[in-house]
Write a protein that binds this ligand. Structure first.
Ligand SMILES: *Cc1c(COP(=O)(O)O)cnc(C)c1O
Length: 374
């Protein structure tokens, strides 16, 4: 059993694809049937594995996938094609870079065009091959990151006929603070976005990330672009969370040993034992995305009981005080790194970060297992 779990490695991540599909359906149910719900699977599906997730979602009816880069897009395209899921679109957030035009075209990828340079690059290529090419147009309404700024937007509005060689599928923008429901910036952006849309009257639009899907119908338009919510994390950190958890993170217990009063544990000898103790060494470390900043903060679950992680986090291992565990609990060879007493949100708080960063830092050494009732 444990051998299957870890393979030749020492940690594993089990992903519940049914839960991801259920979360996608739940987010989809928040908007009207006219609004399409895409799936954000950038950064290898937020660390959980883009291919398996995209296939499960495509089989459940999701037709639009977003990734960040051309490389992510090509990988996903190959997977989707192998499965014969040919009616899915892959949108690429970073847009078409210099010399990428041909690859976008051959793999039938849809670039999000983020400035006039990208727009003219894609238009020029469309003219060269004599085909109208698909694209999304991204306007900045407050992020000051990607997207056409006001000046560029005004220029484009005056020169709309240039877009005739493109098949613009959606106009999009991105919300700055959607997770703060009361933040007035949400409505400011909404108003600015609607104003823009009036200049592109007939085109479908997309504004909402996960948090945006929860701001009500006004924010949904023709397509939403949820990411983190699909993976079970409530974007607003709500206690009432209708999203299902989607993954568990486990590591192998490598050794359990006794240690004496006064012994020091780990690099730097930062933790001195105040009693005769049992110390477990577990095969997970900062190289696996188990942050070094968790020293002295985290706990893990062994055989259903919570034990503290002590001493420094090493590259490949951590140490836990298992002195108080009962004998039965120590029969297992597996520790849960995220569990009921120490969830992802709590870990993110301790690390002064957000669940997104922890998930996308989950290391490559952890074998991914996918669970699906068929
Ligand atoms: C990452 C991203 C999203 C998804 O955001 P979540 O908060 O994970 O739902 C949506 N739109 C854009 C442009 C993004 O970059």
């Amino acid at each position: 059993m444990a051998h299957q779990l870890f393979g030749y490695g020492d940690s594993s991540i089990t992903v519940d694809l049914d839960a991801i599909v259920a979360n996608w359906r739940y987010i989809d149910s928040l908007s009207s049937f006219k609004t399409k719900t895409a799936a954000m699977v950038k950064a290898d599906g937020y660390g959980l594995g883009c291919s398996s997730i995209a296939i499960a979602l495509a089989n459940a009816g999701c037709k639009i996938f977003f990734v960040a880069s051309l490389e992510e897009a090509i990988n996903l395209k190959k997977t989707i094609q192998l499965r014969g899921l040919n009616d899915c679109s892959i949108m690429v957030l970073h847009g078409v870079q210099n010399n990428q035009e041909k690859d976008f075209f051959t793999h039938q990828l849809v670039p999000v065009l983020n400035d006039l340079e990208q727009i003219s690059r894609w238009i020029n290529f469309a003219k060269k091959i004599g085909t109208a090419l698909p694209a999304l147009l991204h306007f900045d309404t407050g992020m000051t990151r990607l997207g056409l700024d006001t000046k560029q937007a005004n220029w484009l509005i005056q020169n709309k006929q240039d877009l005739d060689s493109l098949n613009v599928q959606y106009i999009m923008s991105h919300l700055v603070s959607a997770e703060l429901v009361e933040d007035p910036i949400n409505f400011k952006q909404l108003i600015q976005f609607k104003k823009l849309l009036r200049c592109f009257a007939s085109l479908p639009a997309s504004l909402a990330n996960s948090a945006g899907t929860m701001l009500g119908n006004d924010f949904h338009f023709q397509m939403t672009r949820p990411g983190i919510s699909l993976y079970g994390v409530h974007p607003c950190n709500k206690t009432i969370n209708k999203l299902q958890p989607t993954f568990s993170w486990k590591a192998r217990i490598l050794q359990v040993r006794s240690a004496a009063i006064g012994d020091k544990v780990g690099y730097g000898g930062t933790f001195e034992l105040q009693r005769e103790s049992l110390i477990a060494t577990i095969g997970i470390g900062y190289a696996d995305g188990y942050s070094r900043q968790l020293s002295g903060k985290a706990s893990i679950l062994i055989g259903g009981q919570t034990v503290p992680v002590i001493g420094r986090i090493s590259m490949d291992s951590i140490t836990a005080d298992v002195t108080e565990l009962d004998q039965n609990s120590l029969l297992t060879d597996t520790a849960q790194l995220i569990h009921q007493d120490y969830g992802l949100e709590r870990m993110a708080l301790d690390l002064k970060t957000i669940p997104y960063e922890i998930m996308t830092n989950l290391g490559h050494r952890a074998k991914r297992h996918y669970y699906e009732r068929v």
